[in-house]
Design a protein around this ligand. Sequence first.
Ligand code: FES
Length: 165
Amino acid sequence: MTTEPNQIAQSLEHEERRGFLKNTLRIALSVYAASGVFAVWRFLRSPSERRVIPQPLSLNIAELEQEGQRTIQFGDKTVLLRHDATATTPSSIYRAFNLRCTHAGCTVQWLKDERKFICPCHGAEFAANGMATRLPATKALEELSLTLDSTHGKLILCDAPTTSE
Ligand code: FES
């Protein structure tokens, strides 16, 4: 039996189509697999890696001293800035605390007269220096770096742990 030229041409055409479909399928599967790997990688990244760190913020000392305290939004943190004229050490005159409760993340309140933070969710309490004093919280509030630039009458708030006590 002899093969007609038409049959040979058709057979070649089928081979080409099959090769094209195989390559297309291979590329589609590769893209699908890569998108799956990327989604898992994004999910597994820790929240701290996903955070956008805010730029340092310059604050007017005179205004803070006049107000005594101020609550601001700093990046994703709600921060209490406090001026304490009765502080005994220079490093504790100006302080900045993240108001996120270390128990489960509620926003704590600063009670100025009682000089303590309380959490409305489960009753935890924190001393004026941020230390946990009442369960269920056991970790101190996060204190942010607030450095004094006396030359310019400014305080510089940074999203970094403080070096003061
Ligand atoms: S979230 Fe503050 S005590 Fe539970």
